[in-house]
Design a protein around this ligand. Structure first.
Ligand code: PLP
Length: 371
């Protein structure tokens, strides 16, 4: 696919720091995910929080994604213009959000993940008043300890409550194995733990004639082992569209699969052992991976780590490198966590078929989206 519309940009004329996306790599990443899932009879409903872009969501849908997952109402508004199969993987709390949710086009098959009666009942009331039926995925905690019900029985109770209410329909369950971030080869016992939690929940639901149509899980660190979770019907893996330093460290992607970097310029070499670039925490994001591991590395010099970040300064540790940076030289940073870095960009520079163009991030921000 090539762009139409935006003009070709000369990257040398673009100010840094700026996020850059390689659309050919993103397309290849999407195809690889769908090919793997097809082999295992699983669907892909990618979380679009990674890219927040309609163009990239279109790539995912064209590759075979069955729908899209969003976290915010803004993302739902933007992505609702591309697909009629949307999952809000975040509990909508408060009337303002409920009203906004219910203003999404009626033809969208809308599903919401939640873990409490306090979220379910106002949602059901508002939906019934609006003459809609919203699908519900009951969320279970499988080890992250962030949100999600704590037992199979609690999931079955909320599913039963959903079945009995007008305005909502029970569609299935959701979980997010975000606690599994170790090397892929060491994930076995953790994935078995997730699989047995999910199996227990499915048994509890079935014993009450509650057949979940959707069992939604998945993450990028566990991407290629998704099929080991029994009963799964789909995954929401999101950052695999671009990949990042974490994906390389876990072993689920290679350097050739990296589709996002932050282009930066060396602005100082005055301090021995360091070079400073103009990409600080406001461009790269200050997501740590572990003490002393820094915040990213240079694509061209992988031994060079972004050791420190102030808001507008990125401090590169060049102690272990032969590279002698010059002021004005440009480098590309692979951030630890791609999603947060993308969210810091006003727009990104996308390369496709050798040409650069600006790409909008329509899903950024919280305000209502107007096409
Ligand atoms: C609920 C939920 N689903 C899916 C994802 C996607 O995970 P990943 O980016 O590891 O693919 C996330 C990421 O934070 C998430 O919070």
């Amino acid at each position: 696919m090539t762009h139409s519309g935006p003009e070709v940009v000369d990257p040398a004329s673009v100010e840094t720091p700026i996020g850059c996306v390689d659309l050919e790599r993103a397309r290849a990443n999407a195809k690889r995910v769908v090919a793997y899932l097809d082999r295992h009879g699983l669907g892909w409903r990618p979380h679009i929080k990674t890219h927040k872009s309609r163009l990239v969501a279109r790539i995912q849908l064209d590759a075979g994604a069955r729908g899209l997952t969003v976290a915010t109402l803004r993302e739902a508004e933007v992505m609702g213009s591309l697909t009629d199969d949307l999952l809000l993987a975040y509990p909508p709390v408060g009337d303002a959000k409920l009203q906004r949710l219910l203003r999404l086009p009626a033809e969208i098959d809308l599903k919401v993940a939640l873990d409490s009666v306090e979220v379910l009942e106002p949602l059901a009331r508002a939906a019934a008043q609006a003459g809609r039926t919203i699908g519900v995925l009951v969320e279970q905690d499988v080890g992250l300890g962030r949100v999600g019900l704590q037992s199979a029985e609690a999931v079955a109770d909320l599913a039963r409550r959903t079945r009995d209410l007008p305005g909502v329909s029970f569609r299935g369950i959701m979980f997010y194995p975000g606690h599994i971030r170790m090397a892929e080869s060491q994930q076995g016992a953790h994935i078995e733990g997730v699989s047995s939690s999910v199996s227990r929940t499915l048994a509890a639901l079935r014993s009450d004639a509650l057949e979940p149509e959707i069992v939604s899980g998945g993450s990028t660190p566990t991407l290629w082992r998704s099929h080991e979770v029994s009963g799964l019907t789909e995954i929401r893996s999101g950052s695999c569209i671009y990949n990042d330093r974490e994906a390389l460290a876990v072993g689920v992607a290679d350097a050739d699969d990296l589709a996002y970097t932050v282009l930066a310029t060396v602005v100082s070499t005055a301090v021995p052992g360091h070079a400073v670039v103009d990409a600080g925490s406001k461009a790269v994001s200050k997501e740590a991976r572990g003490d002393g591991e820094g915040y990213g590395f240079l694509l061209e010099h992988p031994e060079v780590v972004v050791a420190g970040l102030s808001e507008e300064h990125g401090v590169l540790d060049i102690g272990a490198s032969e590279w002698r940076p010059r002021i004005g030289e440009r480098v590309r940073i692979v951030p630890n966590h791609v999603c947060v870095s993308v969210n810091l960009q006003d727009r990104v520079l996308a390369i496709d078929a050798g040409q650069y163009r600006w790409m909008a991030l329509e899903g950024r921000g919280r305000g209502a989206w107007v096409d």
